[in-house]
Design a protein around this ligand. Structure first.
Ligand SMILES: [Zn+2]
Length: 510
Protein backbone atom coordinates (compact mmCIF):
# COMPACT_ATOMS: atom_id res chain seq x y z
CA UNK A 1 0.00 0.00 0.00
CA UNK A 2 1.50 3.30 -0.96
CA UNK A 3 2.18 5.99 1.57
CA UNK A 4 -0.41 8.69 1.22
CA UNK A 5 -0.87 11.95 3.07
CA UNK A 6 -4.09 13.78 3.70
CA UNK A 7 -6.31 11.96 1.24
CA UNK A 8 -9.41 13.89 0.32
CA UNK A 9 -10.91 11.03 -1.69
CA UNK A 10 -12.30 9.36 1.35
CA UNK A 11 -15.94 10.05 0.78
CA UNK A 12 -16.15 8.80 -2.78
CA UNK A 13 -17.37 5.33 -1.92
CA UNK A 14 -19.45 6.54 0.97
CA UNK A 15 -21.54 9.07 -0.87
CA UNK A 16 -21.01 10.53 -4.29
CA UNK A 17 -22.34 14.02 -3.67
CA UNK A 18 -23.69 16.08 -6.54
CA UNK A 19 -21.48 19.07 -7.22
CA UNK A 20 -22.53 22.20 -5.41
CA UNK A 21 -24.75 20.50 -2.89
CA UNK A 22 -24.49 22.24 0.49
CA UNK A 23 -22.37 20.37 3.01
CA UNK A 24 -25.09 19.91 5.62
CA UNK A 25 -27.52 18.61 2.98
CA UNK A 26 -24.86 16.29 1.63
CA UNK A 27 -24.15 15.00 5.12
CA UNK A 28 -27.82 14.36 5.82
CA UNK A 29 -28.24 12.60 2.51
CA UNK A 30 -24.99 10.66 2.91
CA UNK A 31 -26.25 9.46 6.24
CA UNK A 32 -29.49 8.39 4.64
CA UNK A 33 -31.65 10.54 6.90
CA UNK A 34 -34.57 10.44 4.55
CA UNK A 35 -34.44 6.87 3.37
CA UNK A 36 -35.81 3.69 4.93
CA UNK A 37 -34.06 3.81 8.24
CA UNK A 38 -36.32 1.86 10.52
CA UNK A 39 -37.64 5.10 12.03
CA UNK A 40 -39.20 7.04 9.16
CA UNK A 41 -40.40 3.82 7.60
CA UNK A 42 -42.22 2.71 10.68
CA UNK A 43 -45.26 4.91 11.32
CA UNK A 44 -46.68 2.49 13.86
CA UNK A 45 -43.38 2.16 15.75
CA UNK A 46 -43.95 3.85 19.06
CA UNK A 47 -41.06 5.74 20.57
CA UNK A 48 -40.56 7.69 23.76
CA UNK A 49 -41.85 11.30 23.51
CA UNK A 50 -38.31 12.60 24.09
CA UNK A 51 -36.69 10.36 21.48
CA UNK A 52 -34.95 12.16 18.64
CA UNK A 53 -36.15 10.07 15.69
CA UNK A 54 -34.24 11.95 13.03
CA UNK A 55 -30.98 11.58 14.97
CA UNK A 56 -31.72 7.87 15.29
CA UNK A 57 -32.20 7.58 11.53
CA UNK A 58 -28.95 9.45 10.86
CA UNK A 59 -26.92 7.43 13.36
CA UNK A 60 -28.35 4.17 12.08
CA UNK A 61 -27.50 5.02 8.49
CA UNK A 62 -23.92 5.85 9.43
CA UNK A 63 -23.53 2.64 11.43
CA UNK A 64 -24.93 0.54 8.58
CA UNK A 65 -22.81 2.25 5.98
CA UNK A 66 -19.52 1.82 7.82
CA UNK A 67 -20.07 -1.69 9.15
CA UNK A 68 -21.57 -2.71 5.81
CA UNK A 69 -18.36 -1.64 4.08
CA UNK A 70 -16.33 -3.96 6.35
CA UNK A 71 -18.83 -6.80 6.14
CA UNK A 72 -18.88 -6.80 2.33
CA UNK A 73 -15.20 -7.71 2.16
CA UNK A 74 -15.48 -11.49 2.70
CA UNK A 75 -18.37 -12.06 0.23
CA UNK A 76 -16.58 -9.95 -2.37
CA UNK A 77 -13.35 -11.92 -1.93
CA UNK A 78 -15.29 -15.17 -2.28
CA UNK A 79 -16.72 -13.96 -5.58
CA UNK A 80 -13.31 -12.90 -6.80
CA UNK A 81 -11.81 -16.25 -5.76
CA UNK A 82 -14.35 -18.12 -7.88
CA UNK A 83 -13.14 -16.28 -10.99
CA UNK A 84 -9.46 -16.97 -10.67
CA UNK A 85 -9.29 -19.31 -13.69
CA UNK A 86 -11.07 -16.86 -15.99
CA UNK A 87 -8.87 -15.52 -18.83
CA UNK A 88 -9.59 -11.87 -17.90
CA UNK A 89 -9.48 -12.55 -14.17
CA UNK A 90 -7.60 -9.42 -13.14
CA UNK A 91 -9.91 -7.08 -15.05
CA UNK A 92 -13.04 -8.81 -13.74
CA UNK A 93 -11.75 -8.84 -10.16
CA UNK A 94 -11.00 -5.12 -10.30
CA UNK A 95 -14.47 -4.32 -11.61
CA UNK A 96 -16.05 -6.28 -8.75
CA UNK A 97 -13.77 -4.71 -6.16
CA UNK A 98 -14.40 -1.20 -7.41
CA UNK A 99 -18.14 -1.67 -7.69
CA UNK A 100 -18.68 -3.44 -4.38
CA UNK A 101 -15.94 -2.04 -2.17
CA UNK A 102 -15.16 1.25 -3.88
CA UNK A 103 -11.46 0.62 -4.44
CA UNK A 104 -9.17 -1.52 -6.56
CA UNK A 105 -7.15 -4.46 -5.29
CA UNK A 106 -3.34 -4.41 -5.56
CA UNK A 107 -2.75 -5.38 -9.20
CA UNK A 108 0.42 -7.41 -8.63
CA UNK A 109 -1.30 -9.68 -6.10
CA UNK A 110 -4.03 -10.47 -8.59
CA UNK A 111 -1.66 -10.95 -11.50
CA UNK A 112 0.38 -13.59 -9.73
CA UNK A 113 -2.73 -15.63 -8.82
CA UNK A 114 -2.34 -17.95 -11.84
CA UNK A 115 0.94 -19.29 -10.52
CA UNK A 116 1.03 -18.67 -6.80
CA UNK A 117 -2.68 -18.98 -6.11
CA UNK A 118 -4.76 -16.14 -4.81
CA UNK A 119 -3.45 -14.90 -1.46
CA UNK A 120 -6.83 -14.22 0.09
CA UNK A 121 -5.43 -13.50 3.55
CA UNK A 122 -3.39 -10.66 2.15
CA UNK A 123 -6.29 -9.36 0.08
CA UNK A 124 -8.54 -9.51 3.14
CA UNK A 125 -6.12 -7.53 5.31
CA UNK A 126 -5.50 -5.09 2.47
CA UNK A 127 -9.25 -4.54 2.06
CA UNK A 128 -9.84 -4.07 5.82
CA UNK A 129 -7.04 -1.50 5.98
CA UNK A 130 -8.24 0.38 2.91
CA UNK A 131 -11.81 0.41 4.25
CA UNK A 132 -10.55 1.67 7.61
CA UNK A 133 -8.45 4.39 5.97
CA UNK A 134 -11.36 5.65 3.93
CA UNK A 135 -13.71 5.56 6.89
CA UNK A 136 -11.21 7.40 9.10
CA UNK A 137 -10.49 10.08 6.52
CA UNK A 138 -14.17 10.69 5.92
CA UNK A 139 -14.75 10.98 9.65
CA UNK A 140 -11.77 13.23 10.35
CA UNK A 141 -12.27 15.55 7.39
CA UNK A 142 -16.03 15.64 6.86
CA UNK A 143 -17.36 15.08 10.39
CA UNK A 144 -20.33 12.90 9.32
CA UNK A 145 -21.76 12.70 12.87
CA UNK A 146 -21.51 16.46 13.40
CA UNK A 147 -19.47 15.82 16.55
CA UNK A 148 -17.41 18.95 16.17
CA UNK A 149 -20.50 21.13 16.35
CA UNK A 150 -20.12 21.27 20.07
CA UNK A 151 -20.60 24.90 21.12
CA UNK A 152 -24.15 24.54 22.43
CA UNK A 153 -23.28 21.50 24.55
CA UNK A 154 -20.16 23.26 25.86
CA UNK A 155 -22.31 26.23 26.87
CA UNK A 156 -24.79 23.90 28.57
CA UNK A 157 -21.96 22.12 30.39
CA UNK A 158 -20.70 25.41 31.77
CA UNK A 159 -24.22 26.41 32.81
CA UNK A 160 -24.27 23.14 34.76
CA UNK A 161 -21.04 24.16 36.50
CA UNK A 162 -18.40 22.21 34.54
CA UNK A 163 -15.67 23.33 32.18
CA UNK A 164 -14.55 19.85 31.12
CA UNK A 165 -16.12 16.44 30.69
CA UNK A 166 -13.50 13.69 30.71
CA UNK A 167 -14.96 10.21 30.15
CA UNK A 168 -13.26 6.84 30.50
CA UNK A 169 -15.29 3.98 29.07
CA UNK A 170 -14.01 0.42 29.23
CA UNK A 171 -11.89 -0.38 26.16
CA UNK A 172 -14.29 -3.15 25.17
CA UNK A 173 -15.52 -2.61 21.58
CA UNK A 174 -19.12 -2.74 22.81
CA UNK A 175 -18.56 0.69 24.42
CA UNK A 176 -16.85 2.38 21.48
CA UNK A 177 -20.08 4.20 20.61
CA UNK A 178 -20.60 5.42 24.17
CA UNK A 179 -20.13 9.12 23.46
CA UNK A 180 -21.83 9.58 20.08
CA UNK A 181 -24.62 7.02 20.45
CA UNK A 182 -25.25 5.96 24.06
CA UNK A 183 -24.87 9.43 25.60
CA UNK A 184 -25.58 11.39 22.40
CA UNK A 185 -22.83 13.92 23.08
CA UNK A 186 -20.79 15.76 20.43
CA UNK A 187 -17.44 13.96 20.61
CA UNK A 188 -15.63 17.27 20.11
CA UNK A 189 -16.87 18.48 23.50
CA UNK A 190 -15.74 15.43 25.47
CA UNK A 191 -12.38 13.93 26.25
CA UNK A 192 -12.63 10.17 25.73
CA UNK A 193 -9.86 7.85 26.79
CA UNK A 194 -10.73 4.19 27.17
CA UNK A 195 -9.05 1.74 29.50
CA UNK A 196 -9.69 -1.96 30.09
CA UNK A 197 -12.16 -2.25 32.94
CA UNK A 198 -12.50 1.57 33.10
CA UNK A 199 -9.31 1.56 35.19
CA UNK A 200 -7.84 4.80 33.93
CA UNK A 201 -4.32 5.93 34.67
CA UNK A 202 -4.59 8.40 37.58
CA UNK A 203 -1.31 10.18 36.74
CA UNK A 204 -2.42 10.65 33.13
CA UNK A 205 -5.73 12.11 34.31
CA UNK A 206 -3.91 14.48 36.70
CA UNK A 207 -1.70 15.64 33.83
CA UNK A 208 -4.79 16.34 31.75
CA UNK A 209 -6.37 18.24 34.65
CA UNK A 210 -3.26 20.40 34.98
CA UNK A 211 -3.27 21.08 31.23
CA UNK A 212 -6.92 22.16 31.30
CA UNK A 213 -6.49 24.36 34.38
CA UNK A 214 -3.37 25.93 32.90
CA UNK A 215 -5.19 26.73 29.69
CA UNK A 216 -7.99 28.39 31.63
CA UNK A 217 -5.40 30.45 33.50
CA UNK A 218 -3.30 31.39 30.46
CA UNK A 219 -5.86 31.58 27.67
CA UNK A 220 -9.24 31.83 29.36
CA UNK A 221 -10.45 28.70 27.51
CA UNK A 222 -13.06 27.33 27.84
CA UNK A 223 -13.54 29.86 30.65
CA UNK A 224 -11.30 31.80 32.99
CA UNK A 225 -9.59 30.14 35.93
CA UNK A 226 -11.68 32.10 38.47
CA UNK A 227 -15.03 30.96 37.01
CA UNK A 228 -16.82 28.73 39.53
CA UNK A 229 -16.84 25.59 37.40
CA UNK A 230 -15.24 22.20 37.90
CA UNK A 231 -13.56 19.42 35.96
CA UNK A 232 -15.93 16.45 35.69
CA UNK A 233 -14.40 13.00 35.47
CA UNK A 234 -16.68 10.10 34.51
CA UNK A 235 -16.13 6.37 34.19
CA UNK A 236 -18.44 4.01 32.29
CA UNK A 237 -18.35 0.43 33.50
CA UNK A 238 -20.51 -2.21 31.85
CA UNK A 239 -22.56 -5.32 32.35
CA UNK A 240 -24.79 -7.66 30.36
CA UNK A 241 -28.43 -8.13 31.34
CA UNK A 242 -28.75 -10.98 28.82
CA UNK A 243 -25.77 -13.06 29.93
CA UNK A 244 -24.39 -11.49 33.10
CA UNK A 245 -21.99 -14.29 33.96
CA UNK A 246 -20.30 -14.48 30.54
CA UNK A 247 -20.69 -11.19 28.71
CA UNK A 248 -19.92 -8.62 31.39
CA UNK A 249 -16.58 -6.86 31.68
CA UNK A 250 -13.72 -9.29 30.98
CA UNK A 251 -11.34 -7.17 33.05
CA UNK A 252 -13.49 -7.81 36.14
CA UNK A 253 -14.45 -11.43 35.46
CA UNK A 254 -17.98 -10.38 34.42
CA UNK A 255 -18.65 -9.35 38.03
CA UNK A 256 -20.80 -6.18 37.80
CA UNK A 257 -20.40 -5.17 41.41
CA UNK A 258 -16.64 -5.51 41.17
CA UNK A 259 -16.57 -3.48 37.94
CA UNK A 260 -18.55 -0.64 39.53
CA UNK A 261 -16.54 -0.69 42.76
CA UNK A 262 -13.19 -0.67 40.93
CA UNK A 263 -14.30 2.24 38.76
CA UNK A 264 -15.45 4.23 41.80
CA UNK A 265 -12.19 3.54 43.64
CA UNK A 266 -10.27 4.86 40.66
CA UNK A 267 -12.43 8.01 40.56
CA UNK A 268 -11.90 8.60 44.28
CA UNK A 269 -8.14 8.12 43.87
CA UNK A 270 -8.15 10.77 41.15
CA UNK A 271 -10.04 13.26 43.32
CA UNK A 272 -7.69 12.54 46.22
CA UNK A 273 -4.68 13.05 43.96
CA UNK A 274 -5.94 16.50 42.90
CA UNK A 275 -6.86 17.55 46.44
CA UNK A 276 -3.51 16.37 47.86
CA UNK A 277 -1.41 17.85 45.08
CA UNK A 278 -2.96 21.30 44.67
CA UNK A 279 -4.03 23.82 47.25
CA UNK A 280 -6.75 26.49 47.25
CA UNK A 281 -9.60 23.98 47.41
CA UNK A 282 -8.72 22.31 44.13
CA UNK A 283 -11.10 19.45 43.51
CA UNK A 284 -12.99 17.65 40.81
CA UNK A 285 -16.51 16.32 40.38
CA UNK A 286 -17.07 12.63 39.75
CA UNK A 287 -19.65 10.64 37.84
CA UNK A 288 -20.08 6.87 37.77
CA UNK A 289 -22.11 5.42 34.89
CA UNK A 290 -23.04 1.79 34.19
CA UNK A 291 -23.94 0.54 30.70
CA UNK A 292 -25.93 -2.55 29.80
CA UNK A 293 -24.15 -3.62 26.61
CA UNK A 294 -27.19 -5.61 25.43
CA UNK A 295 -29.69 -2.74 25.47
CA UNK A 296 -27.45 0.37 25.68
CA UNK A 297 -29.49 1.58 28.67
CA UNK A 298 -27.38 3.43 31.21
CA UNK A 299 -27.61 3.78 34.94
CA UNK A 300 -26.09 6.79 36.68
CA UNK A 301 -25.03 6.66 40.31
CA UNK A 302 -26.38 10.07 41.28
CA UNK A 303 -24.08 11.64 43.88
CA UNK A 304 -25.51 13.37 46.94
CA UNK A 305 -25.06 17.04 47.79
CA UNK A 306 -21.59 16.34 49.16
CA UNK A 307 -20.57 14.61 45.91
CA UNK A 308 -20.53 11.14 47.48
CA UNK A 309 -21.51 8.25 45.23
CA UNK A 310 -23.34 5.14 46.44
CA UNK A 311 -22.87 1.93 44.48
CA UNK A 312 -26.35 0.69 45.32
CA UNK A 313 -28.21 3.87 44.36
CA UNK A 314 -28.66 4.83 40.76
CA UNK A 315 -31.15 6.16 38.28
CA UNK A 316 -31.80 3.59 35.57
CA UNK A 317 -32.67 4.96 32.12
CA UNK A 318 -34.66 1.85 31.16
CA UNK A 319 -36.92 2.36 34.19
CA UNK A 320 -37.16 6.08 33.51
CA UNK A 321 -38.22 5.20 29.97
CA UNK A 322 -41.10 3.05 31.22
CA UNK A 323 -42.18 5.63 33.81
CA UNK A 324 -42.30 8.54 31.37
CA UNK A 325 -43.21 7.08 27.98
CA UNK A 326 -46.89 8.03 28.23
CA UNK A 327 -46.30 11.67 29.14
CA UNK A 328 -46.15 14.73 26.92
CA UNK A 329 -42.56 15.81 26.18
CA UNK A 330 -42.45 18.70 28.70
CA UNK A 331 -44.02 16.61 31.44
CA UNK A 332 -41.65 13.73 30.66
CA UNK A 333 -38.65 16.05 30.90
CA UNK A 334 -39.82 17.41 34.26
CA UNK A 335 -40.39 13.86 35.53
CA UNK A 336 -36.89 12.78 34.46
CA UNK A 337 -35.47 15.62 36.54
CA UNK A 338 -37.51 14.52 39.57
CA UNK A 339 -36.42 10.91 39.19
CA UNK A 340 -32.78 12.01 39.08
CA UNK A 341 -33.23 14.08 42.27
CA UNK A 342 -34.92 11.16 44.00
CA UNK A 343 -32.11 8.77 43.13
CA UNK A 344 -29.46 10.53 45.22
CA UNK A 345 -28.75 8.68 48.48
CA UNK A 346 -29.39 11.67 50.78
CA UNK A 347 -29.86 15.18 49.49
CA UNK A 348 -29.82 15.67 45.74
CA UNK A 349 -26.72 17.10 44.06
CA UNK A 350 -26.60 20.78 43.13
CA UNK A 351 -28.97 21.99 40.42
CA UNK A 352 -26.30 22.01 37.71
CA UNK A 353 -25.22 18.44 38.23
CA UNK A 354 -28.86 17.31 38.43
CA UNK A 355 -29.52 19.05 35.10
CA UNK A 356 -26.54 17.40 33.48
CA UNK A 357 -27.48 13.91 34.69
CA UNK A 358 -31.06 14.45 33.56
CA UNK A 359 -29.78 15.46 30.13
CA UNK A 360 -27.67 12.31 29.89
CA UNK A 361 -30.64 10.15 30.86
CA UNK A 362 -32.87 11.96 28.37
CA UNK A 363 -30.29 11.51 25.61
CA UNK A 364 -30.06 7.83 26.44
CA UNK A 365 -33.83 7.40 25.89
CA UNK A 366 -33.20 7.92 22.17
CA UNK A 367 -30.56 5.21 22.23
CA UNK A 368 -32.89 2.81 24.03
CA UNK A 369 -35.40 3.36 21.22
CA UNK A 370 -32.58 2.93 18.70
CA UNK A 371 -31.87 -0.56 20.05
CA UNK A 372 -35.57 -1.36 20.41
CA UNK A 373 -36.42 -0.36 16.84
CA UNK A 374 -33.42 -1.88 15.12
CA UNK A 375 -32.38 -4.80 17.28
CA UNK A 376 -35.62 -5.82 18.96
CA UNK A 377 -34.50 -4.24 22.24
CA UNK A 378 -31.36 -6.34 22.54
CA UNK A 379 -28.31 -6.57 20.29
CA UNK A 380 -27.89 -9.84 18.43
CA UNK A 381 -24.11 -9.56 18.75
CA UNK A 382 -24.06 -9.46 22.52
CA UNK A 383 -20.51 -10.81 22.48
CA UNK A 384 -17.46 -9.64 20.55
CA UNK A 385 -17.80 -8.92 16.84
CA UNK A 386 -15.04 -6.37 16.28
CA UNK A 387 -13.72 -5.96 12.74
CA UNK A 388 -10.15 -4.98 13.59
CA UNK A 389 -7.85 -4.20 16.48
CA UNK A 390 -6.68 -0.64 17.19
CA UNK A 391 -3.41 -0.26 19.06
CA UNK A 392 -1.66 2.93 20.15
CA UNK A 393 -3.04 6.39 20.92
CA UNK A 394 -5.77 8.28 19.05
CA UNK A 395 -8.77 6.72 17.27
CA UNK A 396 -11.23 9.64 17.55
CA UNK A 397 -12.89 8.27 14.42
CA UNK A 398 -14.01 5.08 16.13
CA UNK A 399 -17.52 5.91 17.37
CA UNK A 400 -19.31 2.66 16.47
CA UNK A 401 -20.17 -0.31 18.62
CA UNK A 402 -18.24 -3.51 18.06
CA UNK A 403 -16.13 -2.13 15.23
CA UNK A 404 -12.77 -2.05 16.99
CA UNK A 405 -11.05 -3.72 19.91
CA UNK A 406 -8.88 -1.02 21.51
CA UNK A 407 -5.56 -1.37 23.22
CA UNK A 408 -4.49 2.14 24.18
CA UNK A 409 -0.81 2.01 24.94
CA UNK A 410 2.58 3.56 24.34
CA UNK A 411 4.55 0.33 24.63
CA UNK A 412 3.67 -3.33 24.28
CA UNK A 413 4.81 -4.05 27.85
CA UNK A 414 2.35 -1.47 29.17
CA UNK A 415 -0.61 -2.98 27.29
CA UNK A 416 0.45 -6.62 27.22
CA UNK A 417 -2.67 -7.87 28.98
CA UNK A 418 -5.00 -5.92 26.65
CA UNK A 419 -3.11 -7.17 23.60
CA UNK A 420 -3.29 -10.79 24.73
CA UNK A 421 -7.04 -10.46 25.27
CA UNK A 422 -7.38 -8.84 21.82
CA UNK A 423 -5.37 -11.58 20.16
CA UNK A 424 -7.49 -14.21 21.89
CA UNK A 425 -10.73 -12.53 20.76
CA UNK A 426 -9.55 -12.34 17.15
CA UNK A 427 -8.30 -15.91 17.18
CA UNK A 428 -11.96 -16.81 17.68
CA UNK A 429 -13.40 -14.18 15.32
CA UNK A 430 -10.92 -14.44 12.43
CA UNK A 431 -8.14 -17.02 12.68
CA UNK A 432 -10.63 -19.82 13.30
CA UNK A 433 -12.15 -18.93 9.88
CA UNK A 434 -8.73 -18.80 8.23
CA UNK A 435 -8.65 -14.98 8.24
CA UNK A 436 -5.76 -12.93 9.62
CA UNK A 437 -5.98 -10.50 12.54
CA UNK A 438 -5.94 -6.93 11.17
CA UNK A 439 -4.21 -4.51 13.54
CA UNK A 440 -4.07 -0.75 13.06
CA UNK A 441 -1.10 0.76 14.89
CA UNK A 442 -1.73 4.43 15.34
CA UNK A 443 -0.18 7.44 17.00
CA UNK A 444 -1.53 10.97 16.93
CA UNK A 445 0.91 13.84 17.25
CA UNK A 446 0.84 17.61 17.39
CA UNK A 447 2.32 19.09 14.26
CA UNK A 448 3.20 22.30 16.12
CA UNK A 449 5.77 20.37 18.16
CA UNK A 450 9.11 20.03 16.31
CA UNK A 451 10.01 16.43 15.52
CA UNK A 452 6.66 15.09 16.75
CA UNK A 453 5.77 13.41 13.43
CA UNK A 454 9.09 11.56 13.28
CA UNK A 455 8.66 10.40 16.89
CA UNK A 456 5.13 9.21 16.18
CA UNK A 457 6.39 7.17 13.21
CA UNK A 458 9.19 5.68 15.31
CA UNK A 459 6.63 4.83 17.96
CA UNK A 460 4.54 2.98 15.36
CA UNK A 461 7.54 1.06 14.08
CA UNK A 462 8.73 0.13 17.56
CA UNK A 463 5.27 -1.07 18.52
CA UNK A 464 5.02 -3.05 15.30
CA UNK A 465 8.28 -4.88 16.00
CA UNK A 466 7.23 -5.62 19.55
CA UNK A 467 3.86 -6.96 18.35
CA UNK A 468 5.57 -9.29 15.89
CA UNK A 469 7.87 -10.55 18.63
CA UNK A 470 5.04 -11.09 21.08
CA UNK A 471 2.81 -12.86 18.56
CA UNK A 472 5.58 -14.47 16.54
CA UNK A 473 3.63 -17.63 15.74
CA UNK A 474 0.65 -15.76 14.28
CA UNK A 475 2.85 -13.25 12.44
CA UNK A 476 5.04 -15.85 10.74
CA UNK A 477 1.94 -17.81 9.66
CA UNK A 478 0.56 -14.69 7.97
CA UNK A 479 -2.21 -14.42 10.57
CA UNK A 480 -1.24 -10.99 11.91
CA UNK A 481 -1.27 -8.01 9.58
CA UNK A 482 -0.51 -4.47 10.62
CA UNK A 483 -1.19 -1.02 9.21
CA UNK A 484 0.88 1.85 10.60
CA UNK A 485 -0.75 5.29 10.65
CA UNK A 486 -0.07 8.66 12.24
CA UNK A 487 -2.14 11.82 12.36
CA UNK A 488 -1.41 15.49 12.94
CA UNK A 489 -4.13 16.62 15.35
CA UNK A 490 -3.20 20.28 14.86
CA UNK A 491 -3.77 20.14 11.10
CA UNK A 492 -7.30 18.68 11.25
CA UNK A 493 -6.53 16.39 8.33
CA UNK A 494 -6.91 12.65 7.77
CA UNK A 495 -4.51 9.80 8.41
CA UNK A 496 -1.01 9.45 7.06
CA UNK A 497 -0.19 5.82 6.30
CA UNK A 498 3.46 5.20 7.16
CA UNK A 499 3.79 1.45 6.69
CA UNK A 500 2.10 -1.90 6.46
CA UNK A 501 2.99 -5.56 6.84
CA UNK A 502 1.55 -5.95 3.33
CA UNK A 503 4.36 -3.93 1.78
CA UNK A 504 6.76 -6.20 -0.06
CA UNK A 505 9.78 -4.19 1.09
CA UNK A 506 8.83 -4.55 4.76
CA UNK A 507 7.75 -1.87 7.16
CA UNK A 508 9.51 1.45 7.47
CA UNK A 509 12.46 0.26 5.40
CA UNK A 510 13.35 -2.54 7.77
ZN1 LIG B 1 -14.91 -4.07 30.11
Amino acid sequence: MSSRRHSHRASLIWAAAPQGEPRHARRARANGAAVGSGFDAEPSGRTHPLTDRSANARLHAYDQRVKGAFDRIVPVLKRIAQLRCAPDFVAQAQVIAETELGFRMPEDRLEEAWIAGLDLRTLFAWSVFETYRRMADEFLIEDPLGGRESSSFEAFLQECGFHMLDVTPCADGRLAHAISYVLRLPFGAVRRKSYAGGLFDVEDAVTKWVEIEYRRFREGRPNTADAPTRYLKAVIYHFSSHDPAQQGCAAHGSDDARAARAALERLLAFRQAIENSFCCGASVALLLIGLDTDTDAIRIHVPNAAGEVALDRSVDAARVYDMTCDLAPDAARARVLELVRDAAPDGAPDAGKTQLIARLIENNLSQIDFVRALHGGRYGDHGHAERFMGVGVGFDEIQLRNLTYFAYLDTVEEGAADLDVGCMIFSGLNVSRGLPIPVVIRFDYRGAVPGARERAILHCQRLDRALVERFERQASAGHLHRLLAVRDTDAGTGLEIVGSSLQRDGIGGR
